[in-house]
Design a protein around this ligand. Sequence first.
Ligand code: SAM
Ligand code: SF4
Ligand code: SF4
Length: 336
Amino acid sequence: MVEYVLDKHDRPMKDLRISVIDQCNFRCTYCMPAEIFGDDYRFMPESELLSFDEIIRLVKIFAQFGTEKVRITGGEPLMRKNMDQLVARIKQVEGIQDVAITTNAVFLVKQAKKLKEAGLDRVNISLDAIEDEVFKETNGRGIKTKPVIKGIEAAREAGLPIKINMVVKKGMNEDQILPMARYFKQTGDTLRFIEFMDVGNHNGWNMDTVVSKKEIIEQIHKEMPLEPVDPQYYGEVANRYQYEDGSAEIGVISSVTDAFCSTCTRVRLSADGHLFTCLFASVGYDIRSMLRDDEPDEAIISRLIHIWTKRDDQYSIDRKNGKPTRKKIEMSYIGG
Ligand code: SAM
Ligand code: SF4
Ligand code: SF4
């Protein structure tokens, strides 16, 4: 039986985000800048990562509290072997209705079909520019758009519903808003713009580098008229719009200029099994050691209830109100 646990703002624990690996084949300047995540950066050894058995044990526990959606992320999740097997096992957990992956798509050419067959419901693909010269800069590795576009095509051919995520940062890629909108209007895929956020401690964020939801929508609307679409469910983070000609939809995730903490139902598990109640948290709770010390489910359950019922996070609202920031966990560690 499902027992809903509510935090201090009456938010349930609905969406579980699991980072399965902290490594990545990209070095996006806004996420894992190459100056910090260089060749000598120490990523987690495999023994520190939660095993698939450990992940499944936790997913079963979360499902008892009403968690319905699981998103697999990283780092680059498809760098971890046998992800199709993990997807298939998560899909079998009673109560889990939706399993998604967030990826940079490069490995989808090889894996899209297997993932679809394993039961993956959808895929979110990150692409921050359609022009090679800009994309080569944003991904920090000089990678052209072709491998990503090929990955998108493979996902489409496999029958996976796709959303494209574009982080917009002033001075980096705001000139790509219209070219990206034009490209994905024509393919019919949903493109979602994400306001650049101050995740981690190294991405050089300040308010002047944010391109707001308002600016993004105005730019597109001028050329390709848009109309708003009603939210589909409680806690939906993207403000959705459709082109008036019905060709496609876009969304904007305005975590900076229009924070949505009041309906945030996300709980995050890092690759080494620490639990975080906010993307901008400074500390996590070590659940892996409970698993590895063979503690019973009851002990893990009572720890989760304790953590969630005292959850008071609303970092994006506090940021907007000018509250001083603190040292935060890195996005590649906690998972986006
Ligand atoms: N590697 C995968 C990918 O890029 O899709 C999954 C992990 S990535 C950390 C998850 C999401 O976080 C991506 O959509 C990425 O664009 C987004 N992201 C990373 N850093 C960000 C930042 N500073 N502001 C906003 N979004 C960010
Ligand atoms: Fe890697 Fe994704 Fe971060 Fe880019 S956004 S560095 S692809 S984890
Ligand atoms: Fe949720 Fe924290 Fe983001 Fe607010 S800042 S929406 S509480 S993850």
